[in-house]
Design a protein around this ligand. Structure first.
Ligand SMILES: Nc1ncnc2c1ncn2[C@@H]1O[C@H](COP(=O)(O)OP(=O)(O)O)[C@@H](O)[C@H]1O
Ligand SMILES: N[C@@H](CCC(=O)OP(=O)(O)O)C(=O)O
Length: 384
């Protein structure tokens, strides 16, 4: 591993604000800023993903609880985001560190051209020594185009920029075998080396986050799954001790550490696997299931038995095996309307049925990401 690392550090609402007051946890923020500036001085490239817009907006507007309606949440986030950036700018400016605000919605990573453009912007900012501060663009994100939580967002950003490390800073020192708030017997988990173990732990993660956070540990495990699959070492650790980031990079066993996949998927396949929200599902017959799972083939209309969803050409879809389980994702060459006419038909018949010469394949193998059975021992992994 080169000595200069790229790191994504995500801090949750629970660490940014005092649990009872909802006020800024200033000492935590100052320690975080100092840590990130130290990392910059050591030559590392740093991206901060910061939650808090909604929580801080609530405080500013004297709201007693998190907003329930989407419009209210979006309005409150617009109030809080400005205040959040102001605090960061004051603290980072005290240490002469330039920062940038990057607000993303899922469509920024779902559309290939915007994904590539986002990558170039991050790369440019990092080359200039700036620390980008990322949040979901809550004020404009609509339900179907939301990341939903910043744990997922930070994992997708880490994958996008090819980071070596993702730190999920939260209000607890590490992951436990059960939620320690409700289960005093819960055992600490120090290291997770296999994707299958993440899958198993999802079953024991408490669903609810703290009063002001969203997602709890489940979204952190999902983030760890996305990031480690992309080759990013992921650490869950205590946000009140941001110095843990420096300790982890130096090799100390702080928090819970998730080892990166030894065979990370390539950038384009990662984009298909994690960046895109599927808008439909295709059901395959036995022959097509084998052809794509074992033969590494493209998917043809002849092997599709049924479809669900109202997708357009170039949308992402899930692919379901004859046995009924989802086995892959891909970018489709036909809309649901056109595909419904050519299901089960041979490629050479397609032009006559549709009245135009479409693609030979329904999903080309370059646009197909398989959850391989050869890696069943490691849980879901994405094949290159
Ligand atoms: N298995 C578990 N191990 C550790 N913490 C858990 C677990 N399950 C649920 N939790 C809860 O998740 C909380 C952190 O999630 P959350 O409040 O969403 O944090 P953040 O705001 O940092 O994203 C912890 O306070 C803890 O009570
Ligand atoms: N974009 C939202 C963050 C939502 C979120 O994921 O919160 P958290 O679970 O505290 O990291 C905000 O700024 O309030």
């Amino acid at each position: 591993m080169s000595s200069v690392q790229t790191l994504v550090v995500k801090i949750g609402t629970s660490s940014l604000t005092g649990t009872s007051t909802g006020q800024f946890a200033l000492s935590t923020l100052a320690a975080l800023v100092e840590t990130l500036c130290t990392l910059r001085q050591q030559g590392h490239q740093v991206v901060l993903v910061s939650s808090g817009a909604v929580g801080i907006g609530c405080r500013r507007l004297n709201l007693a609880e998190r907003p329930k309606t989407l419009a209210m949440k979006q309005a409150v986030a617009a109030v809080g985001q400005g205040r959040l950036m102001r605090i960061y700018d004051d603290l980072f400016s005290a240490l002469n560190q330039p920062i940038a605000q990057v607000l993303l919605t899922r469509s920024d990573l779902a559309q290939r051209s915007r994904y590539v453009n986002s990558y170039r912007t991050f790369r440019q900012l990092l080359q200039m020594g700036v620390i980008p501060i990322v949040n979901e663009n809550d004020t404009v994100a609509v339900e179907e185009l939301k990341f939903g939580d910043n744990d997922t967002l930070s994992a997708l950003v880490a994958s996008l920029i090819g980071a070596q490390w993702l730190f999920l800073l939260t209000d607890i020192d590490r992951l436990y075998s059960a939620d320690p708030r409700s289960n005093p017997e819960a055992q600490p988990i120090i290291a997770i080396d296999r994707l299958a173990d993440i899958q198993a732990l999802k079953a024991v993660a408490g669903g609810q986050g703290s009063a002001w956070g969203t997602g709890g540990m489940l979204t952190k495990l999902e983030a760890a799954q996305i990031a480690t699959t992309a080759g990013v070492r992921t650490v869950i650790t205590d946000g009140r001790q941001p110095q843990n980031v420096i300790k982890a990079i130096a090799g100390e066993a702080v928090g819970t550490q998730f080892a990166p996949s030894p065979r990370p998927s390539r950038a384009r396949k990662r984009w298909i696997a994690a960046g895109l929200a599927p808008s439909g599902r295709l059901y395959l017959d036995q022959g097509a299931t084998l052809a794509i799972l074992q033969g590494g083939k493209s998917l043809l209309a002849a092997g599709i038995t049924r479809l669900e969803g109202d997708f357009e050409a170039q949308d992402a879809v899930l692919i379901c095996a004859a046995s009924g389980e989802d086995i892959a994702r891909g970018i489709i060459n036909y809309s649901a309307r056109d595909l419904s006419q050519i299901l089960g038909r041979r490629s050479e018949d397609i032009p006559a049925i549709l009245g135009y010469a479409g693609a030979d394949t329904v999903i080309h193998r370059d646009n197909l990401v398989i959850a391989t059975d050869t890696e069943a021992d490691e849980g879901i992994d994405l094949q290159d």
